[in-house]
Design a protein around this ligand. Structure first.
Ligand code: MN
Length: 394
């Protein structure tokens, strides 16, 4: 069974007020060409089809046309589309019935009562266990294992079994995601891989934007990554994965097909940070004929010049590139001679002085407003402590 694994299209994504329709159409065209060339048996789109649960009519039309073109490129291919955390699962299922006529399975919600509806047979080739994004409380315990066991009963010929999921797997590489930690990425808490059961030959994941195998050594658990970057921090190549599995139990063979973005997301300088003056020089020297989105990484002493945004926009006037944002970072506090305090000196210090010392060491400007807020907070804490003391005495 040959599979094209893709996810996180984020159709309708707006980047700093810039509409990305043209790029997304170009990506979809490349997708159709890869299908024509590779002739997969299955096409998996593993969630985050749209960027928002309320996509515009134009964006919905873009998906409809894309799925139709992908179907026409390889009419016998089974297409499975599952919802991600950005999608409305119920809305994705509106056209479930007509889509079926074109070999497209749209699966937006978890069917607790009818788990068999998650099992899609690819005639003579294998099985797809299609699971959309779901909050933990909507997933019955052992659901994944229930699905693989059900599939095992159907799979009398030992055909390959592929499962899909849209989630954060513990231990994955989440570079490019904002506010991500080991525990949670993009609002989804890390799941233990073991909870997804076993019995599949390949786990086709969506949600994490950086393509990767999860848990090296096991070449069967994979994020295919975004075909187009959604943020400037996704500064890696983007692709779809072509997966081939001989029979149930075999190790899959995976190959990447790169997707080229005609409007690249460029950060200036390409490495590290520049002063505001250096950044303006880089921006004015940026070639006029490259239709890139631009972010400036700027290191500042205190504040950016008031007119910085306007100036940056003006520097790109008449060029094909589009200025998006300034990513400003405070210069680390000058390393002054570390002053050592004795225990007595430390105990004699006002809490606000200690807070100030800490803030300045970490590069935070602890101005008079912050100091006032801190003093106010100290008063509240002291009052609470006094009340508590009174209560315990009574
Ligand atoms: Mn996503």
């Amino acid at each position: 069974m040959k599979i094209l694994h893709t996810s996180d299209w984020h159709l309708g994504h707006i980047l700093y007020n810039y509409d990305r329709t043209q790029e997304q159409l170009c990506m979809l065209e490349q997708m159709v060409n890869i299908v024509k060339e590779q002739k997969p048996d299955v096409f998996l789109l593993c969630g985050d089809v749209y960027h928002t649960p309320q996509p515009s009519a134009a964006v919905q039309t873009m998906l409809t046309n894309a799925l139709l073109n992908i179907h026409k490129a390889q009419p016998n291919m089974v297409i499975v589309v599952t919802a991600g955390n950005h999608d409305s699962g119920t809305k994705l299922e509106i056209f479930q019935a007509p889509w079926r006529e074109l070999n497209v399975y749209a699966i937006g919600q978890v069917e607790k009562e009818h788990p068999e509806e998650h099992i899609v047979e690819v005639p003579g080739k294998g099985y797809v266990i299609a699971v959309p994004y779901s909050t933990e409380r909507n997933l019955p315990e052992g659901f994944f294992q229930q699905l693989t066991s059900l599939t095992e009963e159907l799979n009398l010929k030992g055909l390959p079994v592929v499962m899909t999921a849209h989630t954060t797997i513990g231990g994955c590489d989440f570079r490019g995601h904002d506010h991500a930690t080991e525990m949670t990425v993009g609002g989804i808490d890390a799941t233990d891989l073991a909870l997804l059961g076993d019995g599949y030959d390949y786990l086709a994941l969506g949600h994490i934007h950086h393509e990767q195998f999860v848990h090296s050594g096991k070449h069967k658990v994979r994020y295919c990554g975004t075909p187009l970057p959604v943020s400037f921090d996704e500064s890696y190549t983007h692709s779809v994965s072509i997966v081939e599995i001989g029979k149930h139990g075999d190790t899959p063979n995976v190959e990447k097909k790169e997707i080229i973005n005609p409007h690249p997301l460029v950060t200036l300088p390409t490495e590290g940070f520049a002063t505001w003056e250096e950044a303006t020089v880089l921006l004015s020297k940026f070639p006029a004929d490259i239709p890139a989105y631009i972010r400036l990484n700027v290191e500042i002493d205190n504040f950016l010049p008031l007119e910085a945004q306007t100036e940056a926009s003006q520097l790109t006037e008449g060029k094909q590139c589009r200025f998006c944002c300034i990513n400003a970072r405070r210069k680390a506090a000058q390393q002054t001679e570390a002053k050592m305090l004795s225990v007595q000196e430390f105990q004699a210090e006002e809490p606000v002085e200690i807070a100030k010392r800490f803030a300045e060491d970490t590069g935070i400007d602890f101005d008079s407003e912050m100091q006032d807020m801190f003093r106010e907070l100290m008063t509240m804490v002291n009052e609470d402590a006094r009340n508590e003391e009174r209560r315990t005495k009574e």
